[in-house]
Each structure stands twice: as C-alpha cells, then as structure tokens.
Design a protein around this ligand. Sequence first.
Ligand code: UT7
Length: 319
Amino acid sequence: MYARIAGVGAYLPGSPVSNDELARRGIATTDEWIVSRTGIRARHLAEDACATSDLAFEASRRALESAGMAASGLDLIIVATTTPDFIFPSTACLLQEKLGNTGAMAFDMQAVCGGFVYALCVAEKFIRSGSHKAALVVGAEVVSRILDWRDRATCVLFGDGAGAVVLAASDAPGIIATVARADGSQHGILSVAGQVRGGRVRGDPFLRMDGQAVFKFAVRVLSEIAHECCARAGIPPSGIDWLIPHQANIRIIESTVKKLKLPMDKAVVTVDRHGNTSAASIPLALDAAARDGRIQRGHKVMLAGVGAGITWGAVLLQF
Ligand code: UT7
C-alpha cells in the first residue's frame, strides 16, 4: 500500500507586492539588494480579514478539485502552519468546518518551514498502515503577521500563501521514502519567542533570525537529507526528475542543487514570485510545476524542507 498524490492545489492572496513597492512603503531596501541576495522579486500579503484557514481553504478546494474528490471523502486533515488562526482550536479543525467535512481526524503540525515535509511524513504513515484512506495535507501561512516591518533584514524575505495535496491509498507507487530530523539546540537562530501570558504578550512577538547561521545550516542539511532519502529509496540523486526544495533563498537552492550534482533546471523555483512562505513554500512550488506540465505522472520528485527548530526533512515520491 502506497500513499500517492491524487491532487494538488495552491493559493496566493491578492496581488504581488514588488521589492520596489516595499521601498516605496518606507523600508530601507532596494530591488537590487533583495534580488541579488535572495532571488525574491515579489511576495503576497494577506488582507487583515484573511486568516491562515482562509488561505488553506482556497488551496484545499483546488487540491480536492484536481483529485476529483469531495471533502466528505477525507479521513485525515493536517495543516502545517506556524501562524495559526488561534492558539486553539487548531487551524485544521477550522479548515475542516470550512470544507464541510465531519469525522476526519484533524490537527496542526508545528515544524515551521519544515512543516509540510513533516506533515507528509506523518500522513504517509497513517495511509500506509491502512488506518486511513485519504489525507489532505496543507501548508498555509500568514507570515506577514509576525514580521517586524522595521527590521529590513527579515521583513523583505517572507510572504503569505498556501498549498495543499490530497494523499490517497494506492497500489501504485506514491511516496517511496521519507526522512525527518530536528536539532533543538539550534532553536535560537530563528524564532518568535513571545508568549501570551495572563492576557498579555510577554517577550518578543516578532520573527527574529540570525540569517547567516540559518543560511549555513540550510545549505548543509538540505543536500544531506536528500542524499539520505535517496539512499533509503535505493536510487542515486541523478535518478530524481524534480527537486522541490524549501523556497527561501535562490542561493540556498543553487547550492543544494550543486551538492546533489543536478542541473539547475531540475529544481523547481518559485521563490522569486512569493518569497519565503514557510510551510506553504514546497506545496506552492509543487502545484506550479504540476500545473504547468513539468511534473508528469511517474516522475520522481524529491521534496526537501528546512525550518526553525531547526527541523528538516525530505520526501521522495513518484508523482
Ligand atoms: O525558512 C528558513 C529561513 N530563512 C532562510 O533561509 C534565510 C537564510 N539567510 C539568508 O537568506 C541570508 O542570510 C539573508 C538574505 C537573510 C541575508 O543575506 P546576507 O548576504 O547574509 O546579508 P547580511 O545579513 O550579511 O547583510 C549584509 C548587509 C548588511 O549591511 P552592512 O552591515 O554590510 O553594512 C545589512 O545591514 O546588507 C544589509 N541589509 C540590507 N540592505 C538592504 C540587510 N537587509 C537588507 C535589506 N536591504 N533588506
């Protein structure tokens, strides 16, 4: 029994906000700096009234439509997010209600930018065990809500969005191998360390990042985990048709591709269009490449994510 991708969907709110537009809004930055250091050209920012569950709903609707399945057919819903609508209930439960599903197991996955890969690893185990038949796995974020817009070193990097896949039980190959890891000793290099306590926010409610430390960590672990995942599947990296790495920085993607000795045109890159959307970045890229026809049924696709925690992981699947 395999867990196979039956449908993909994605959603970006509103219109793209260019680097020049951020500069016009008073951030001391330039298009040249952002493009040369990160490859980001634009991001989407959700309106105030739009919550993570709204973005998740739009992406999920598209994924269900592409799978030709009704929401009532889902028996598992996992939302990977670090910007949930509320402290509780989970965004997955709010999404379940929006989709009109009742009875599915629903919960959130908190592994920040590594969240979508973590959630896929978990959903795959449920399906492979035979306990569940159809899972909706979503990465959805309104990262813009936790940005300090006075901190130019972080606020230009992130954006809002959502991506989703429907995973269904299948006799035909789907997910072939998964690996996921964490190193909690690195929690301080990327965090939102604030807490709600006694009715007030205590500590810093904004995203803080030691950019260079995260950069070095990401460059090392993304290629390592992809190698490990290939070894588990018994195929060399050259057997990968498409690499879909976390979309945070084009230089991290280029370095990962080089370490895997792959040509750059095997990597799916969408970071230029939406910046770092945390848990949404990998399913956004997957949806783009599946819809434009690059990823075809039978292709081997490697997803590799890394995020705060630090968490990281890889999933090798046959599309
Ligand atoms: O989801 C996982 C999360 N995150 C990532 O993957 C991000 C990983 N890190 C990175 O992508 C890079 O470290 C950054 C893009 C964040 C920064 O690039 P960098 O080449 O490491 O730049 P830097 O932090 O060393 O800053 C270089 C200069 C500094 O000026 P001085 O001190 O050299 O005069 C910064 O003040 O660039 C300045 N700077 C900016 N200038 C214009 C920082 N942010 C900006 C900005 N616009 N937005």
